[in-house]
Design a binder for this molecule. Structure first.
Ligand code: EPU
Length: 309
């Protein structure tokens, strides 16, 4: 990248309706409260802003990285080179017509679930209480055993790295457990459409209530985390394995394995990304030694990191 970050931010700012900043600390935007500065940071106000930002990135040779609520990210202490594009409130429309819901990438998943239930529509309630935005939820195929986003998705609108926009239909999307074709990057989701099914509002509310209660009793609801750190290995639960290995409460600096749920690694003070990764790697090492299982990260490592095997 040529030129100072501030000069580049000044150049980009007048080209979009949204916000552009230089050297933005990512610890402000990641639920873990960890992460060094992004060289450039933008909050687009609309899809046209996303198009401009990606065209400009291509022209300037800037790498870019899209984020939503930062619920599933561990950002390096060294920060992120290039442009972080955060899709949030300005792109959070939710519209319901009959059984179809269209939601902007920046809409909160929980709000989408609540609105569906209020309209007596089922299909999204499995994702109740899952933090994050629609865009992030689509990229991660968020949800729980009671249902995943991928089950009800019909259409996704996105912007490609050259700034062209397009729509993908259900048949063109690849969804499996915590995995989608979107994780390889190369595009930014701006909107998603879901096909829901008519249901009984009281029953749906009861399901939502039950799932929320169960989450509150099994997972840490206060404190800084990125949700589950690792994917569950096939037919296993990472949290169970971590507890059985006696690792709850293990600590590196201010990074700590939750006492409540072993797959939650918490920032209990001012943990650094290095401490968090060291703790996660220690947990992985012990689980590997004890069970012969290599835990895979669910949380995405963003920025400059040593390669993790
Ligand atoms: N368990 C333990 N000790 C622990 C944690 C769990 O023994 O510390 C046991 C539980 O007793 C239970 C089993 O492991 O028998 C499964 O636990 P839980 O129901 O909490 O589900 P999970 O497999 O650990 C998954 C998702 C969660 C999601 C829950 C609820 C993954 C990696 N995690 O957790 O998603 O909220 O199911 O459906 O798939 C996330 O994505 O960030 C996340 C937290």
């Amino acid at each position: 990248m040529t030129g100072s970050h501030k000069a580049l931010a000044d150049e980009l700012r007048p080209k979009i309706k949204g916000i552009v900043r230089a050297d933005e600390p990512m610890s402000r935007h990641a639920s873990l409260g960890i992460g060094g500065p992004a060289d450039l940071y933008a909050e687009p106000a609309c899809e046209d802003d996303v198009i401009v930002l990606l065209r400009e990135s291509a022209r300037l040779g800037l790498p870019w990285f899209p984020m939503g609520d930062g619920q599933n990210l561990l950002v390096s202490d060294k920060g992120v080179r290039g442009l972080v594009i955060r899709l949030g409130k300005p792109m959070s429309h939710i519209r319901i017509t009959d059984t179809r819901m269209v939601a902007g990438a920046g809409a909160k998943l929980t709000k989408a679930v609540d609105m569906a239930v209020q309209h007596s529509l089922g299909g999204l309630e499995g994702a109740t209480g899952v933090p994050g935005t629609i865009g992030g939820a689509v990229v991660m195929n968020a949800g729980t055993r009671a249902g995943y986003i991928g089950d009800v998705i019909q259409r996704v609108r996105l912007v490609n790295s050259d700034g062209s926009s397009r729509e993908l239909t259900r048949a063109e999307l690849e969804f499996s457990y915590r995995t989608t074709g979107f994780q390889s990057g190369g595009c930014i989701i701006t909107e998603a459409e879901f096909e829901l099914r008519p249901g009984d509002k009281r029953e749906l509310l009861a399901i939502v209530e039950r799932l929320r209660r169960s989450r509150a009793t099994t997972q840490p609801v206060i404190g800084k985390s990125a949700g589950c750190m690792f994917k569950n290995p096939p037919d296993q639960h990472a949290g169970y394995l971590i507890e059985e290995a006696g690792l709850k409460g293990m600590r590196v600096g201010d990074a700590e394995v939750s006492d409540k749920h072993g797959n939650f690694l918490m920032n209990v003070g001012s943990a650094t990304a290095e401490q968090m990764l060291a703790l996660a790697e220690r947990v992985r090492g012990i689980v590997k030694e004890r069970y012969g299982l290599a835990l895979e990260y669910e949380v995405r490592l963003v920025g400059d990191w040593p390669k993790v095997e």
